[in-house]
Design a protein around this ligand. Structure first.
Ligand code: MG
Length: 346
C-alpha cells in the first residue's frame, strides 16, 4: 500500500459520512495515473497553488482599485482568508479539508482586473456574456499551463463552478445537488463570511465608513470587529449544522439576518458608494478600450496574445486575455497604447 492509499483509508474512518472521499472521486477530465504520495484532492489543491493565475490574484482588485496601501485586501488575500475559514469549518464538521481548500483556492481564479467593473464590461462585450465563476472553470480546464489546463477532479471543478456571489442566498437550505459536494456549499458560505467581514474592515480603513455606522442589529449580533464577526458566524454555522445532523449546512435565523443586514449595508455604503464607484467608471473605460483595440488591431493582437485565431474565436480569446490581466498590467498596457510617451532622447 502506498502513502496515498493509506491517507485515503484514513479519510474513511476520520471523516463524516456526509464528506466527499478522495478515493471515491468521479475522476479527472482526462484520466491519468494518480500520485503515490497525495490523494486526488490534495494534489488538486497543490496544482491550483502553483498556477500562474493564482499568483496573479495578488494584483487584482477585491473592492478598492489597485490599492497602494499595504493593508488592503487583494483578490489573493481574500482567497487565503476564504480558504482559512473554510478549512476551520471543514475540520470542525469532519468534511474533506483538502477538497474544501482546493475549491477555496480556485474559487476566484476567473476574476477580471478591477473586480466587478471589469466583469460587467466583458459581460456586455461577449455575445455569450461573462461570469467569473465560469471563467474560473475555464482557467483550470483550458487556459492554465499554456492551454493544457490543470486536469482537476470533477468535485473540485464543480465546486469552482458552483461559486457565485451577489445578493442571492448564500446558504443553500437543501442537500447539495447530485454532482455538488457539501464541501462546495461550505466554501460558498466561507466566501460570504470572509468578504462581509473584511470588506467592512477595509472600508473603515479607507475612511468610507466608520465602525459606529453599522446597523444596530449587526453590531449587537456580530459585533463591530472583524475577529468577533468571523468567530460568531463560524461558531453559529458549526453548532447549527452539527445539531441538525450534518447533512445540510445551517445557521440560526438571528445570525443570518445580521449577515444580510451587513451585506445590504455594504452594498449601500461601500460597493455603490459614488466615491468608490467613480474609479470603477474609469476602470471600465480602460477594459473596454483595450478590448476593442485587441479585437480590431491585428498587429497589436499578434504582439500581445499570439497567432490570429479564426475570426469567430477572436473575441473569446481577447476576453480570456483581458480576464487574466492584473489591475496593474491593464493600466500599464493602457498607458503604453493610449497615452503619449514623453520623448526621452537628449
Ligand atoms: Mg470570493
Amino acid at each position: 500500500m502506498n502513502l496515498r492509499q493509506s491517507l485515503e483509508e484514513r479519510e474513511e474512518y476520520l471523516l463524516s459520512p456526509h464528506a466527499a472521499r478522495s478515493a471515491a472521486s468521479r475522476g479527472r477530465l482526462k484520466p491519468e495515473p494518480e500520485c503515490s504520495l497525495r490523494p486526488a484532492f490534495q494534489h488538486d489543491r497543490d496544482r491550483i497553488l502553483y498556477s500562474k493565475s493564482f499568483r496573479r490574484l495578488k494584483h487584482k482588485t477585491q473592492v478598492f482599485l489597485a490599492p497602494t496601501g499595504d493593508h488592503y485586501r487583494t483578490r489573493l488575500t481574500h482567497t487565503l482568508e476564504v480558504a482559512q475559514i473554510a478549512r476551520t469549518l471543514a475540520r470542525a464538521l469532519r468534511l474533506n479539508e483538502d477538497l474544501t481548500e482546493a475549491i477555496a483556492l480556485g474559487h476566484d481564479l476567473g476574476h477580471t482586473p478591477f473586480g466587478h467593473a471589469g466583469e460587467s464590461v466583458l459581460a456586455e462585450l461577449l455575445p455569450e456574456g461573462f461570469h467569473h465563476w465560469e471563467q474560473s472553470l475555464r482557467v483550470v480546464d483550458v487556459l492554465e499551463k499554456d492551454g493544457q489546463g490543470l486536469n482537476l477532479t470533477h468535485e473540485v471543478r464543480m465546486g469552482i463552478l458552483s461559486h457565485s456571489k451577489g445578493r442571492g442566498p448564500f446558504l443553500p437550505e437543501e442537500r447539495p445537488a447530485e454532482d455538488l459536494t457539501l464541501e462546495a456549499h461550505l466554501v460558498r458560505a466561507a466566501d460570504v463570511i470572509a468578504y462581509i467581514a473584511h470588506d467592512t474592515d477595509d472600508a473603515a480603513r479607507g475612511g468610507v465608513i466608520s465602525p459606529e455606522d453599522l446597523p444596530a442589529q449587526v453590531k449587537e449580533v456580530l459585533g463591530s470587529r472583524l475577529s468577533r464577526q468571523i468567530d460568531t458566524m463560524v461558531r453559529d454555522l458549526i453548532a447549527q449544522t452539527t445539531e441538525a445532523g450534518g447533512r445540510v449546512l445551517r445557521m440560526s435565523a438571528r445570525v443570518k439576518e445580521a449577515m444580510w443586514g451587513l451585506r445590504d449595508f455594504l452594498y449601500e455604503r461601500v460597493y455603490d458608494n459614488p466615491e468608490v464607484h467613480a474609479d470603477f467608471i474609469k476602470a471600465s473605460k480602460v477594459v473596454r478600450e483595450l478590448f476593442n483595440r485587441l479585437a480590431e488591431d491585428d498587429v497589436f493582437y499578434l504582439r500581445k496574445v499570439g497567432s490570429l485565431p479564426p475570426s469567430g474565436e477572436r473575441v473569446r480569446r481577447v476576453a480570456d486575455y483581458i480576464a487574466g490581466m492584473t489591475d496593474r498590467y491593464a493600466l500599464q498596457l493602457y498607458e503604453e497604447v493610449f497615452l503619449p510617451r514623453p520623448w526621452a532622447a537628449l
